[in-house]
Design a protein around this ligand. Structure first.
Ligand code: BGC
Length: 743
């Protein structure tokens, strides 16, 4: 946070220069390029066997160096939201160490809901500090795929449906991490936007949608933050597996963006030897099926030139020499979760909570006016640091919502009682393929209704959990699981004073819940301090300031891929998820799965709903506060290189608060098919009650370019640009127009 704050701490004036996500030459030479001669000398001393030995997994989370030459192994750490516990070298069995409990950071969509570059930087710092204590060189994160489907199983891990927001946060996560000694590994490159059939699906996507929507977070983290690592995704893109995709790896990532680091496969995501190594893959993880003995044979047979091996080894060595290895004797010596990192998790959580509605006078809760609070819902006591398939965090601490509320009301005289309300959807249910979309449990419902009747206020804590949202499969619905809608109706009949808190990492259909709740919040899978952060917002110690990083549609069928019926739902999951097969030591599917036709093109998320005039429940960027912000005095102009916008923002309420000013552009009269509006910049601003600040936003004109498929390049269309300043994508407060001259 420090860096950015210092940068922008100009008395009363905030300047934001929008991140340059697209179409630029690399701004500076990669820090990875400082050891080329040393690397040449090292490679000259290596045998072919030693080189090939670096190009595949050594253990489940490491790849080999060359001990003889003092080249340490690369140690990887599953991220993206906490450093995964230590496991036996060749299995998934935890070692049970006393020091590998980590901080559970709020998951991706929570971080994105902060719309804070400063917090994304801190998040990277926190992750890196714990990675280093654990002896790790590279964090397998951030996870930055665009949230194309509301049901995507890993929506909670990813950031946003919008490329500009995702890119800006990816850049800062990367800087924070690499400034503190841990390389990132941007994942999953690219177009891994669904979990069903992720190991076999073939994505068909227009070049324009790929360039404008799906690649910018990766491009920005490479060009602007010098990301050292990239993970190739499981799926195919246009007929080629991502781990052997010449276009994605060699041409776009390396030649165009100037990436100088290393590409590792997703776990079990390699399908060939020659194709992978020549197309740009450096390390097969976690085994050696294709890039071990088979690769050695291919070189010896003259099918793969040794110069290709040298190049791949060079790219790994660049990262190896840029990241100081932690001696094994120093790793895991002290507990990895430390107060400084827990504090970051707390800050992110407190800024991520989104107030969706606040219709009554229940929020913020005044402890002087309530005597008996009923906290109802399984998620009030559920820990979310682990669950589902894949990465989880062995969290040193995780404050649940009930614990947070109880902590913060200690000594206030308020009685807090809890009822489960609805049944826990468990790992066992998921394995048995029991649907989470069941009826309410009558017994649990009756108990909860009883409790609600004898309370002054109901805080309902529901939503999804980490078994409902999981890697390896997509959700089948966005309705509330385990009969929560029915439960909420019953609770409202017993006591209408309901504040509903939804714990989720992805969109939900909250139409029925909204009708019976006087206030509603999203509190995400919100990390180690999530419960305390929630209580601080409920009690008004912190004014809510999170903004939705994705749209909540009215119903699933309204969302683009569902509406166009181009989300392949005849999932061939009978082949099993690629990762689950790997864990169970089964053969992963080699054949192609279904085709995912991204027929909606660039109309992803709000770009679709806005342009097609499809009504939504909560728009992208939405989030209320306990105070009121007034926007005024917009001035816009453009010169040859930038678009400039200045405005005044004032806090006219009686509480301190933070607002996220969002700048969208529209192109009226454009000759090109375009969304109604697109986010181009944003700025989070803290204002004390009664305070007013000038906000100045500066956007490089190249950010307004579109991908011209015929020219295979970025183009800036001259003409009118509408500048729309909003507190959400559908709450536009100020508008202006500038002209872009023909050049
Ligand atoms: C996931 C990756 C993860 C890897 C190692 C894969 O199944 O897709 O995100 O880093 O497993 O756990």
């Amino acid at each position: 946070m420090k860096r950015i704050n210092q940068l922008f701490a100009l008395s009363g004036i905030l300047i934001v220069s929008a991140a340059c996500t697209t179409g630029q030459k690399p701004e500076k030479v990669s820090a990875l390029m400082g050891h080329e001669e040393e690397i040449t000398a090292l490679i000259a001393r290596m045998t072919l066997e030693e080189k090939v030995n670096m190009l595949h997994g050594k253990h489940m989370f490491s790849s080999a160096g060359v001990e003889r030459l003092g080249i340490a192994d690369m140690e990887y750490a599953d991220g993206p939201f906490g450093i995964r516990e230590e496991m036996e070298p060749n299995s998934w069995k935890p070692l049970g160490l006393a020091t590998d409990s980590a901080t559970f950071f709020p998951t991706g969509s929570a971080l994105a809901a902060t719309w804070s570059e400063a917090l994304a930087y801190d998040y990277g710092v926190g992750m890196a500090k714990e990675a280093r204590l654990r002896g790790k060189d590279m964090i397998l994160g951030p996870a930055i795929n665009i949230q194309r489907l509301p049901t995507g199983g890993r929506t909670y891990e990813y950031l946003s449906e919008d490329p500009v927001l995702s890119a800006a946060l990816s850049v800062q996560y990367t800087l924070g991490s690499q400034d503190n000694g841990a390389a990132v590994c941007l994942k999953h490159y690219a177009l891994n936007n669904q979990e069903n059939d992720r190991g076999s699906i073939d994505v068909k996507v227009s070049a324009r949608a790929m360039r404008e929507i799906y690649l910018p977070p990766f491009e920005a983290a490479v060009r602007e933050a010098d990301a050292y690592g990239v993970m190739a995704a499981y799926n195919k893109v246009e007929g080629y597996w991502c781990s052997e995709n010449e276009l994605l790896l060699n041409r776009i990532l390396r030649d165009e963006w100037g990436f100088r680091g290393m590409v590792i496969s997703d776990w079990g995501g390699v399908h060939s030897t020659v194709g992978a190594v020549t197309s740009g893959l450096n390390v097969e993880m976690p085994g050696s099926r294709y890039m071990g003995a088979a690769l050695l044979d291919s070189v010896k047979a003259g099918v793969v030139p040794e110069s290709v091996i040298d190049t791949r080894v060079r790219e790994i060595l660049r990262v190896r020499l840029a990241i100081a290895p932690v001696p094994a004797t120093e790793a895991n010596k002290v507990m990895s979760s430390l107060p400084a990192q827990q504090q970051i998790a707390d800050e992110v959580a407190a800024h991520s909570i989104v107030l969706l509605t606040n219709d009554g006078d229940l929020l913020p809760i005044d402890p002087m006016k309530v005597k008996r609070i009923a906290v109802i819902g399984d998620n009030a006591v559920r820990r979310q640091s682990q669950g589902g398939v894949g990465a989880g965090v062995k969290a040193l601490r995780e404050v649940t919502p009930l614990e947070g509320i109880t902590n913060r009301l200690q000594g206030s005289g308020v009685t807090i009682r809890w009822a489960q309300g609805y049944r826990y959807y468990s790992m066992r249910d998921r394995y048995a393929r029991v649907s989470p979309y069941s009826d309410a449990d009558p017994k649990l419902m009756a108990e909860a209704v009883q409790l609600a009747k004898s309370s002054d206020l109901v805080i309902f804590v529901g939503g999804n959990n980490r078994e409902v949202e999981t890697e390896g499969s997509d959700r089948t619905s966005i309705t509330l699981p385990m009969g929560q809608d029915e439960l909420l109706q019953q609770l409202a009949a017993a006591n209408p004073r309901i504040v509903a808190v939804m714990v989720t990492g992805a969109p939900l259909d909250l139409r029925r819940a909204q009708q019976v709740s006087l206030a509603m919040l999203i509190s995400w899978f919100n990390g180690s301090e999530g419960g305390n952060a929630l209580a601080d917002v409920l009690l008004g110690k912190v004014s809510p300031s999170g903004k939705l990083p994705f749209t909540f549609p009215l119903q699933l069928e309204d969302s683009p891929a569902y509406s166009l019926k181009v989300y392949p739902q005849q999932a061939r999951q009978q082949q099993g998820d690629v990762f689950v097969n790997l864990v169970d030591k089964k053969e992963a599917a080699q054949e192609s799965g279904p085709v995912a036709d991204y027929a909606e093109g660039i109309f992803v998320g709000y770009r679709w709903f806005d342009t097609k005039e499809v009504p939504v429940l909560y728009p992208f960027g939405h989030g209320l506060s306990y105070t009121t912000f007034t926007y005024s005095d917009l001035q816009v102009r453009a010169d040859d290189t930038y678009l400039y916008a200045t405005l005044q923002l004032s806090n006219d309420g009686s509480r301190n608060g933070e607002e996220v000013v969002q700048l969208y552009v529209g192109r009226p009269g454009s000759k090109i098919e375009r969304p109604l509006k697109e986010l181009k910049a944003f700025r989070r601003i803290a204002l004390q009650a009664g305070e007013k600040k000038a906000v100045e936003i500066q956007i490089p004109l190249e950010k307004l370019r579109h991908w011209d498929e015929a020219a295979n390049d970025w183009k800036l269309e001259p003409g009118s640009v509408d500048v729309l300043i909003g507190s959400s994508s559908q709450n536009i407060r100020l508008t202006g127009t500038v002209q872009i001259a023909a050049r």
